[in-house]
Design a protein around this ligand. Sequence first.
Ligand SMILES: N[C@@H](CCC(=O)N[C@@H](CS)C(=O)NCC(=O)O)C(=O)O
Length: 214
Amino acid sequence: MITVFGEGRGFRVVWLLEEMGLAYRLRPVDLLAGVENDPEFLAVNPAGFIPAIQDGEVTMVESIAIMEYLMARYGPTPLAPEPHGPAFPAYQQFLHLGEAGLAASIYFVVGARNIAPEAERQNWSAGQAQRVFDSRLALVTRQLARTPYLAGETFTAADISVAYALGLAKRAGGVVLGQLEQAYLARVRGREAYKRAMETCQATMAWAAKAHDL
Ligand SMILES: N[C@@H](CCC(=O)N[C@@H](CS)C(=O)NCC(=O)O)C(=O)O
């Protein structure tokens, strides 16, 4: 049985597990309550961030790496196009751009907008993170003008990666998505596995409902 610790980007992992039909359990981690009060989780990830997984003897962090591990170990799966096929380069690029380019930058904008003291909300680094997010988003927009999914005609883990980042940006980052991205989000969120993941991830569900963005 695979254990997923924490929602947040752990939603990506839960969504992937639902797409693959693998058995798992979600172990909530409440960052707002203070991870220092959760020694069981700190024993799994002493760095205190989520998500983490445990799969038998394997313990891992980093949502994209975890998805790559699960697809490699329990695949093959159409969520990961085969390396010699035409979809692979775009798949690989957007799988990583979803975190390294999009979520990692908008995460700091979200913190500045929602958590930082009033006087620090407009700080230079938050502005830089916003500019990085906006520039990377242009690559997503260009791709969606060409194909329905980021790697081409079929849904892959790259869509899980990027759709999570777009949701974060929209729900808490003050980002207004264009029509292409909105239609894309509606398309990927229509999947049964997404809906099941939302049912599992109650904190994500509550946060999305509050933002009127299920
Ligand atoms: N690149 C990491 C980012 C992990 C991350 O920043 N997670 C956030 C919540 S989604 C977190 O735990 N923040 C608290 C912290 O970093 O201490 C991933 O994709 O898993």
